[in-house]
Design a protein around this ligand. Structure first.
Ligand code: FES
Ligand code: FE2
Length: 464
């Protein structure tokens, strides 16, 4: 439980707020690169600030204040020129640094333009996303992310705009036991209502509930643990009656809000980052950044651009879409309310990691208040190596067990996520289970999965 003041401090991201000041030490995704191909001048909102993002005709990006300093015309209607964005009202031209380059209706010898500026922020592109930095100078480096630099694979970006505060999204990252009910029982109930529930033992919702029944029968319960590292933390879950050093390790977190759900499982074709980007206090842009990396012998068409799709949270009838894993996570976030009232909550042992994340957030806010750099602010190019998850801090036996699990998956026989291309007993493809079903290149991914299957089988036969 938090006090009202603590809840405010940890959630609000506007300028001048404690968490807003922390967030302004980081780079944030503000758009997908392809969105600028469709429309080179866009209104964007980040950390409670309205801005205008543009790409001029020379390919330069700019992120500037929304209103023209002349007489407040909104710059989302601006015209991109060879250099900069032109206000459509009287033609003042601004570049990405905020300088006014032209005031074409003023006398040619006027120097007034040199005394006019518009607010401007740094932007960079990485992995099909445009990232912005709104904080104090000097501007830190944009941290390199392993999946954004992946080759021999496909990248896909799926976005959802959620009507809730970013911290609700982030708290879910530490909450592993939720999968039992949210991706088990709710999943079953949703499919039951659709008339699609089957007894398919391979399906995640059935397997999860079966495990839980088994736990209850033994009188066991899930235990959670957190291990901090340089970038954030990893968390583990194990059954209370299981061996003490064997934990199922969950997705590593890169502070402040990126999680890598199957990070560390090097055998998987499918990887993803999930980012809960604070648009403002009550809106979060959730990005599911997916990569599919196939065995080297499989021919993967080169991607000219990384596609992006924005998926609604409701269907055409206005009903929330709950029949896939991320859809279930998302309802748990926004159904807590816009900013959940943490003075009313009742935490238990299973919330240990949620509490630990709040503590970490508070500590980082305090570092900024004391004038320091919080974690993951990188300034030395030598340190900016692509982030890959670390299991650092866990006992060696735990790491060994987790690696063994990853090797099992590499054979592709135990995890339904290796079987997206296959049809379940209910007659639908496993790709329907999660947000992968919205991938713009879904058909291609399914075909490549089939080919991967064929190659893996041939390899197995050759070994036998
Ligand atoms: S309002 Fe922009 S140039 Fe006049
Ligand atoms: Fe979940």
């Amino acid at each position: 439980m938090l006090t009202r003041e603590e809840n405010e401090m940890l959630t609000r991201v506007g300028p001048g707020t404690p968490c807003g000041e922390l967030m302004r030490r980081y780079w944030h995704p503000i758009a997908a690169t392809v969105q600028l191909e469709d429309k080179p001048v866009r209104k964007v909102r980040i950390l409670g600030e309205d801005l205008v993002l543009f790409r001029d005709r020379s390919g330069n990006l700019g992120l500037i204040g929304p209103r023209c300093p002349h007489r407040a015309m909104h710059m989302e209607f601006g015209v991109p020129e060879v250099a900069g964005l032109r206000c459509p009202y009287h033609g003042w031209l601004f570049d990405g640094t905020g300088r006014c380059l032209e005031q074409p209706l003023a006398p040619p010898d006027s120097t007034y333009k040199d005394r006019v500026r518009t607010p401007a922020y740094d932007v960079q592109e990485m992995g099909g996303l445009v990232w912005a930095y709104l904080g104090p100078k000097p501007v830190p480096l944009l941290p390199r992310m392993g999946l954004c630099e992946q080759d021999h694979g496909l990248q896909q970006i799926i976005g959802h705009v959620l009507p809730c505060n970013w911290l609700q999204v982030m708290e879910n990252r530490g909450d592993q036991p939720h999968a039992i009910f949210l991706h088990g029982r709710l999943f079953q109930y949703t499919l039951e209502r659709q008339g699609r529930l089957t007894d398919d033992s391979f399906a995640r919702y059935n397997a999860t509930m079966r495990q839980q029944q088994e736990r209850l029968r033994r009188g066991a319960y899930p235990m959670v643990e957190i291990v901090y590292n340089k970038y954030g933390f990893t968390k583990g879950m194990r059954d209370s009656d299981g061996p003490e050093d064997v934990w199922q390790l969950g997705g590593p977190v890169f502070f402040p809000y990126l999680v890598y759900p199957n990070g560390g499982n090097s055998g998987s074709i499918r990887h993803d980052y999930q980012l809960g980007v604070p648009i403002d206090d009550t809106t979060t842009w959730h990005i599911s950044y997916r990569t599919y990396t196939f065995p080297p012998d499989i021919e993967v068409p080169a991607q000219r651009r990384i596609p992006y799709v924005e998926v609604p949270i409701k269907d055409d009838r206005g009903e929330y879409i709950l029949d896939y894993v991320l859809g279930q996570d998302m309802v748990a976030w926004y159904a807590q309310g816009e900013i959940t009232d943490r003075t009313q909550e009742h935490l238990y042992d299973g919330d240990k990691v949620v509490i630990a994340y709040r503590k970490m957030l508070k500590e980082q806010i305090e570092i900024v208040q004391r004038g320091g750099d919080p974690m993951n602010v990188i300034r030395d190019p030598k340190e900016n190596v692509p982030w890959t998850p670390t299991l650092e801090g866990w006992p060696p036996a735990t790491i060994e067990a987790a690696t063994r699990y990853s090797r099992t998956l590499r054979r592709g026989t135990t995890d339904y996520r290796f079987n997206f291309h296959k049809v379940s007993q209910g007659g639908w493809q496993y790709i329907e289970d999660d947000v992968d079903r919205y991938c713009p290149d879904r058909e291609l991914i399914l075909r490549l999965y089939e080919e991967a299957d064929r190659v893996l089988q041939q390899q197995a036969q050759a070994r036998a």
